[in-house]
Structure formats: C-alpha cells, structure tokens
Design a protein around this ligand. Sequence first.
Ligand SMILES: Nc1ncnc2c1ncn2[C@@H]1O[C@H](COP(=O)(O)OP(=O)(O)OP(=O)(O)O)[C@@H](O)[C@H]1O
Length: 475
Amino acid sequence: MGELQLPTMSSLLAIYASLSAIIMILRTILHDMMPEAIQEFITRRTSDLVSTYFSRDFTFLIQDHWEAVDNETFRAVQAYLPTKVGPRARFLLLGHNDNNNLLAKAQPGVSVLTKIVDHFQGMKLEWTLNERENKNVYFSYKTQCYQLRCKRSDKQRVTESYIPHICQTAEKILNRREVLNIYTYNRHECYWESTVFKHSATFDTLAMEPEQKQGIIRDLDLFVQRKDYFRSVGKAWKRGYLLWGPPGTGKSTLVAAIANYLRFHIYDLQLQGIRNDFELRRVLTATTNRSILLIEDVDCNSESTKPRSKDEKMIDKNHPDYKKRKANEGVTLSGLLNFIDGLWSSCGDERIIIFTTNHKEKLDPALLRPGRMDVHIYMGHCTVAGFKFLAAKYLGIQDHALFQKIEYLIQRIPATPAEVAQQLMKADDPEVALDELVEFMIAKAIENKKGEGDGSKNKSFWSLLKNFKNKNKTT
Ligand SMILES: Nc1ncnc2c1ncn2[C@@H]1O[C@H](COP(=O)(O)OP(=O)(O)OP(=O)(O)O)[C@@H](O)[C@H]1O
C-alpha cells in the first residue's frame, strides 16, 4: 500500500492559478464572442430558475395591452394605485391634460419604477410600473407593465379577491367623471389620444323645438336606466342616433350637450383615417364603456357609407393587386354595420353611436334601415321658438318691439341657429343686436332672390322687406 501523498501548498496554488486563468479566458471568450442578447437570455434564465426554486414570492404582470386591445385590468390598476400612495412615498406623479385651464386640479399618477405597497386582507402587495421601448419597421413605441409581487401562498387570493376589489374601486373612481375627455385616433401610433373635453353646451343652451328636446332627454334617460332590460331582450346596451340637417344647425352642439348630460367621454372617429375593417374593429374595441362614438359628416367620411354602385359586383377578385388593395381599401359598409348591429356590436356596454350628416340622401339605405340608427333627429333652420330662445340666452330679453318683424322674417327666410346666434352676439345692447339681425335677414333674402333668378313671385313680401329695410336705416 503506497502512502497517501498530500498535495503541497505550492502545487495547490499552481492549480488554483491555472483554474482562475482558464475561467478568466472562458469568460472573456464568452463575453467577446457571444452576442449580448444571448448573454442576457442566459443570465435571465439562470436568475429565473434560481428564483422559481428558491423564492417564496410570486409576480403577476399586467401589461397595457391584452390581445391587441387596451387591457382593462391595466386601466383599473392605473386608476386604483394612486389612491394607495402612502405618506412615506418619495415620488408621486402629478398632472392634468386640460390645456384650457392651468388651474385645473392635478391628478395623481404612479411614475415608472416607483414601488407602492398595498395591504389587503392581511396580504402585503408590492407594485411597480415598468416601461419598455419597442420598435417595429415604421416607428418605436413604449409599452408599460405593472408588476405585482405577493407571497406565493397568496396567489389565489390575489386573483379571486384582490384584483376584483381593484376593479370595483376603479369603476367607482372612473364613473365619477369629474373630467370628460374627447379622444381622436392617432393612426400612426395606433392609440386614442385624449384631451379634456370642455364644451359649455347643455340642453339649456340648445335652441330646439321644446318637444323635440324633451323627447331626446327622455330617450337618453331611458337608455341609461335600462341595463337589465337590454340584457333581458338579448340586445347590446347601445343606442344609435343619426343627426342630420344643414351646416350650422347645432348637430355638434347637440353631441356636446348629450356628452355633458350623461357625463360620457367622446371618441371622435374619422373613418377615412382607418385602413380596413380589421383596423376599425381594433380601434372600436379600444373604446371604453359609457362613451359616445361620434362619426361626423358620415356622408363624406368613407366610401362605405355611400350607396353602393352596381359595378361593385364586377370587381375581379382574382387580380394580383386585389389583396393589396383590400388591405387599404378603407372601411366597408358591412364592417361598419357589423359594429352597429352585428356580432361586434355586443362589445362593450352603455355606448352611444352618433352619426352626423348634412346629406342624409347620400347615405346607403342599409345604414338608415329601421333598427340600425335608433333615433333620427332632424336639425333644421331656426324657428320662431328657436329665435326667442337664442334672444333670451344671448341678450337676456323675452320680448322687444323688433320681435314681430324678426319673427316674420324667420318664418320666410331660412337661417341657421348659428347665423342668428352670430348676429345676436354682435352687441350687448339688444336694440343694436336685433337691428343687426334684421339687416342680416334682409341681405340673406336678397342673396337668395339672386340665386333663384326671379324673385317677383311674392310682390307683397318684397315691398314689406323694402319697408323694413328703410325703417331700419332711419332708426
Ligand atoms: N340649435 C342651436 N342652439 C344653440 N346654438 C347653436 C345651435 N345651432 C348652432 N348653434 C351655434 O352655432 C355654432 C355652430 O353649430 P354646430 O357646429 O353645432 O353646427 P353643425 O350643425 O354641427 O354644423 P356642421 O354640419 O357644419 O358641422 C355653435 O357653436 C353654436 O354656438
């Protein structure tokens, strides 16, 4: 039996030195030769494996998008978390997007990488917001993700109790709607851009026949109260309005009045900015509940809303360019109708869709069929009641010596509420403002007469008008 030879100190040191040198060389080779992405991947995987086996924590990730649309859970967390910023927090994001009011109340928000600790039913929950820069062929964009860390043993309670609690709290916060937003779709960055909606129009400032106005208010009230009714009859909780009439008769003003009355946000959609039906679906599913989808001037907006031509059937679908064209063909009528009353219409609750047009006759009949747009509202020229309403609003008067003259003119010369309002705003003195209106109406009648060629049809009307004009000059 040979004697066990223990290595000497110097040989141990030599082995250690050569091992260190080999590791150093290997590390340098790996570092220099292996692409950074692979190195990162290996490091991440190793730390993931270590944390999976040894950590007692669990992490939930809540990204801003879910299956290509906005993630509602993310939105709920976004509303909820600022309420949980504790007294010891070192950062709080503050701001508002009301570009008309510097003094508007700043809203709290959670900044990227700030850690927020929440406690719920004995659980400790740690939140952080992370941001990542992404790039595609055309542009770069940011995505955000909330990270929620809890104990592994609390995982089930978080999904079953804590997340529903967040959603309920967020719903209450969001439903307060202290501020209304108007959204426009940014097609380059594929998201709805918002700005504060501050329009002073209400049903009290809108000149309209009183019965028509009351009818609309009743319809809106009924709509918001009928959640269960819509469910029981198997219909989507939606209401469609078509507002039509000449320019300046108050269609946009009525939309603003409806938004203010219901406290609904407005999504203002330009159909011609949408590439195809697929994009339309994506854009519309990214809108929130309790909102108005507004498609203004729908007759000019897209080919889809115009009556279909007979040649359409003759398109060669086998042509090589057909698919390419299809991808950018714009919104089709069936795509739009599908959203109004097809299967897609059941996405979302408490939605109002409003189309406005100056030319109802130019719309495809399919869009006007009963049941498609629930209510058709004609916004017409100014009536006597409309004029009296505007005089009371703009000049604060119920009656005046010039009223009779103006009523006579209003009944015979078509003028829009926008035109009447513009004249009434010209002076604070009712006498001067009403005189301006008489002048304007006479000038309009003369203009119309020129257009018609022969105005001698109604001689007594013209002699009365001459009389009005002369009297107006002497006063
Ligand atoms: N019925 C109305 N009551 C009160 N004000 C009105 C009414 N109609 C128009 N106005 C006034 O005229 C302006 C223009 O009206 P508005 O933009 O609502 O008309 P519109 O019908 O939407 O026009 P367009 O078809 O060109 O979009 C408004 O800012 C408002 O002050």
